[in-house]
Design a protein around this ligand. Structure first.
Ligand code: KG4
Ligand code: ZN
Length: 373
């Protein structure tokens, strides 16, 4: 069978991305324009600014992805675009562009669920190493917008890598990445919070713990997550200890003057602050890993997939590796580039839909919420 070349387009949040992927496996190009610098001073994604920036970026990003792939538009077999979930104004930029491109080239358009894209990212990564994750699996998607657990099975009804999903649990409030971002903000550590807290926690060593955070209990489904209580516990701890105020203020000043490098911020952190960051991260990682391992046991699976921006976290990776090895399970993570939002995962998720002729039509619209199962 001839190769299938799909152009993927992603614009659901604050990354404008385009990629060309062959047969859902081989990445010819993957271009991501991040808007972090634009949203940083607001401490989070501002939807209006995000849509405007997508409008500016979409044409050059797609052009660069095509150039890097070495293909011409005419060589494409289909265009896959994220339909949701995400910011409607942002999604609409990608969808409108994808529709126009598909119509002008007379190529099929495929609507992709962003969450399904994150699941495919784990497979895409494995393919790059000649591996194929075994199904059934449990997949944890953990990012700034989502914290959700799915059981992933090979779909019997359709062919060629289509999956069947069952939702096992999700966050009741904040996503894990959102908790990282909010805690970093209140500690004067800037945006996004994940990467800096990850590194500071790693640098904390044996700094004494100024407080400890117990496991989060969720009534009802034991596989549901909750992170807002942890964020509030950090907030109360900081409020009750005014001795943190000065260093927080100094870090905010440092960020304001453009000194945001890890080494610069580390210098401005007291041992108690490093201990606090470490305890926060321990609590997040423990909850993510415990519930995912619990889900794997409940479903009787031997494979765990972890995807989304927070999957880049070093402690999360190391803890999953240890626990999986001890339990005789295999855990797959995408690389950092495939963990965070990208369009290669969208093109990969579009492939089984293309093969099964699940095509979108001209009425395709953005969906702020788009459950996968
Ligand atoms: O998947 P992503 O790029 O966008 C969303 O769909 O949200 O994830 C971004 C999120 C942010 O909340 C960021 O703080 C978090 O992922 N993040 C991390 C790390 N790197 C990024 N969280 C913890 N540790 C990291 N190393
Ligand atoms: Zn995402």
């Amino acid at each position: 069978m001839a190769e299938t070349r799909i152009l993927g387009i992603e614009s659901s949040c604050d990354e404008t991305a385009a990629a060309v992927v062959v047969d859902g496996r081989t990445i010819l190009s993957s271009v991501v324009a991040s808007q972090i610098d634009i949203h940083r001073k607001y401490g989070g994604v501002v939807p209006e600014l995000a849509s405007r920036e997508h409008l500016r970026q979409i044409v050059p990003v797609v052009r660069e992805a095509m150039e890097q792939s070495g293909l011409k538009f005419a060589d494409l077999d289909a265009i896959g675009v994220t339909q949701g979930p995400g910011l409607v104004g942002s999604l609409l930029v990608g969808i409108t562009y994808g529709k126009a491109l598909a119509a002008s080239l007379s190529k099929p358009l495929i609507a992709v669920n962003h969450l399904e894209g994150h699941i495919h990212a784990a497979f895409l990564e494995a393919h790059q190493h000649g591996e194929l994750p075994q199904l059934p699996a449990v997949c944890l998607i953990v990012s700034g917008g989502h914290t959700v657990l799915y059981e992933v099975k090979a779909s019997e009804a359709s062919r060629n890598g289509a999956f069947h999903y069952r939702k096992l649990g999700q966050t009741r409030d904040d996503a894990a990445g959102e908790a990282y971002d909010k805690v970093a903000k209140l500690l004067g550590l800037g945006y996004p919070g994940g990467p800096i807290l990850d590194r500071l926690a790693g640098a904390a060593g044996a700094a004494p713990a100024p407080t400890r955070f117990g496991p989060t209990k969720t009534r009802g489904n034991p596989l549901d997550f909750s992170f807002s209580g942890l964020k509030t516990a950090v907030l109360y701890h900081v409020r009750e200890h005014p001795e943190y105020d000065e260093e927080i203020h100094r870090r905010e000043e440092s960020l304001r003057t453009g000194h945001r490098r890890f080494e610069e911020l580390l210098q401005l952190c007291s041992p108690a602050m490093l201990g606090l960051v470490r305890e926060f991260q321990n609590a997040v990682v423990r909850d993510l890993v415990d519930r995912t391992m619990g889900a794997a046991e409940e479903c009787g699976v031997e494979t765990i997939l972890v995807s989304g921006g927070v999957a880049a976290n070093r402690q999360l990776r190391a803890t999953f590796e240890q626990r999986a090895e001890a339990g005789g399970l295999k855990v797959h993570f995408p690389s950092r580039a495939l963990s965070t939002d990208n369009a290669a995962m969208i093109a990969a998720a579009a492939y089984p839909r293309f093969v099964n002729r699940q095509l979108a039509n001209k009425s395709l619209n953005a969906l702020a919420s788009m459950p996968l199962a």
